[in-house]
Design a protein around this ligand. Structure first.
Ligand SMILES: [Zn+2]
Ligand SMILES: [Zn+2]
Length: 460
């Protein structure tokens, strides 16, 4: 296309005028960020050397956490150790916030407040990694069964990186201004910890953060890499128990009964039409009936059947729609069988709901740039959203509307990861008895990434 000179001049004029508005603002932001990134470039080497020098300390800490796992809500010793780690580098530490929660505050002049969270609980799993430092811990669960205990979700990596980043930031107070709020959160696996810490005044008794950051390790990336997902990244997680009522009797005389086994079966099938027919295909959602129990014997029609469901979604609208539609459909099935209203199913939505993680897009982009600069673009990967849950979401869901970011930290041995990519083997997932992060590159990368992310938000 050929443009006349006059047209070109006009175009230049308009683009210059446009720069007075948001365009100029954006450019300034980019310049500011670029300047920081140049500075960071100079500092990264030093930071990397310091992180390397601190690794022996952190490895001991990791092995301590790994060999002393504690179940959700029972993280007494773990939380004590987390508090100790912060106290000895000058944080003002408060324990027992929302149960076993730990809050460490480090003030360093006027500036933003950044919350960094690590979760601390382990899972009731017997470790089968074969590592020399594998957990041999057993305990009694709440039902009185003896269970193995293992950091199979890698929260020991999170706690170690958290301490490592705190140590780096405390050692370089000349490089930043503001307030650090480092929190150790209990009971992530049972989705109660974040809620309990907030209910115990996390945002009233301590400085309210301008941003909240956390990381989660993953076998889906090799150690040395980090991943990010902007916007909705993890799902709303709900659990519902449904009791389906009928009228029991002899299996040979079904005409005298109202068979709840048949009703429950119809419900399981009918519920699958919610996602396929009633929710937009552009809104991700899951309805799974994971448990169905009723009856004792083939020739007895029971009085009731129990269903256990899990539902996943991203938006609150879809979440509420799923709950309402499940009730409507099951009530409809009961009605069609001739049951009267008092015999309609009973619904119990479990309280241990986890809200979806929404990674603030601006914050994600800002930190992504820092990761690229720190780790190289080949080590920063966009990750797809998932339908599992993480209660870190709650720190961004209060009236303060704190922008949050949960990023992924690669934890797989790069050689095994590569073999898995070729299909030569499959890597154990999180929550598996074989999940074994590769400590050194994972922890070092985590410390570097987290420290640089916080420095970016607190730059002088
Ligand atoms: Zn987990
Ligand atoms: Zn986890």
């Amino acid at each position: 296309m050929k443009l006349t000179n006059t047209f070109c001049i006009l175009l230049l004029f308009f683009s210059a005028a446009a720069q007075d508005g948001p365009v100029r603002q954006l450019k300034e932001q980019a310049r500011e960020s670029g300047r920081f990134i140049d500075e960071l470039d100079g500092k990264t080497d030093g930071l990397r050397r310091q992180a390397d020098a601190d690794y022996a300390y952190l490895e001991n800490l990791y092995i301590h956490y790994h060999t002393h796992p504690e179940l959700s809500f029972y993280e007494k010793e773990t939380s004590k150790r987390m508090a100790e780690e912060l106290r000895k580098i000058g944080f003002d530490v408060t324990e027992k916030v929302g149960g076993n929660g730990v809050v460490g505050v480090l003030k360093n002049g006027e500036g933003p407040t950044i919350l960094v969270r690590a979760d601390m609980d382990a899972l009731p799993i017997v470790e089968e990694t074969g590592k020399p430092y594998a957990s041999t811990v057993t305990t009694q669960d709440e039902a009185g069964n003896t269970v193995g205990v293992m950091h199979a979700c890698g929260h020991d990596i999170h706690m170690t990186v958290w301490a490592g980043a705190a140590r780096r930031l405390a050692a370089m107070k000349g490089e930043w201004k503001g307030t650090l709020v480092f929190i150790g959160q209990p009971a992530e696996e049972r989705s109660g910890g974040a809620k309990a810490m907030l209910a115990d005044g996390l945002y009233e008794r301590f400085p309210v953060p301008d941003y909240a950051i956390a990381l989660h390790d993953t076998p889906d990336l090799p150690a040395g890499m980090v991943g990010y997902c902007s916007g909705y990244s993890l799902a709303n997680v709900d659990m519902m128990d449904i009791t389906v009522f009928g009228k029991g009797g002899h299996g040979a005389a079904p005409q005298t009964t109202q068979d709840p086994v048949l009703l429950a079966s119809r419900m399981v099938v009918a519920l699958q039409s919610i996602v396929s027919r009633e929710i937009s295909p552009l809104d991700p959602a899951v309805v799974t009936v994971g448990s169905i129990h009723g009856g004792t014997k083939g020739n007895i029609i029971p009085d009731e059947v129990r269903l256990e469901l899990t539902m996943r979604s991203y938006s609150d609208e879809v979440r509420m729609a799923l709950i309402e539609k499940i009730k409507r459909i099951c009530n409809g099935v009961a009605m069609s069988a001739g049951l009267t209203e008092e015999k309609y199913p009973e619904y119990k939505l479990r309280e241990e709901y986890t809200p979806s993680v929404y990674n603030d897009p601006q914050l994600t982009e800002r930190i992504r740039q820092v990761f690229i600069q720190t780790l190289g673009s080949g080590n920063v990967r966009q990750m797809p959203p998932g339908m599992v849950g993480e209660d870190f979401a709650r720190y961004g869901r209060t009236e303060e509307q704190v922008p949050i970011l949960l990023f992924w930290l690669g934890a797989s041995d790069p050689e095994l990861f590569e073999a898995a990519q070729r299909g030569a083997l499959s890597l154990p997932s999180l929550h598996s008895s074989g999940f074994a992060p590769m400590p050194e590159p994972t922890i070092k990368t985590g410390v570097l990434a987290m420290t640089c992310a916080v420095l970016e938000l607190l730059r002088r």
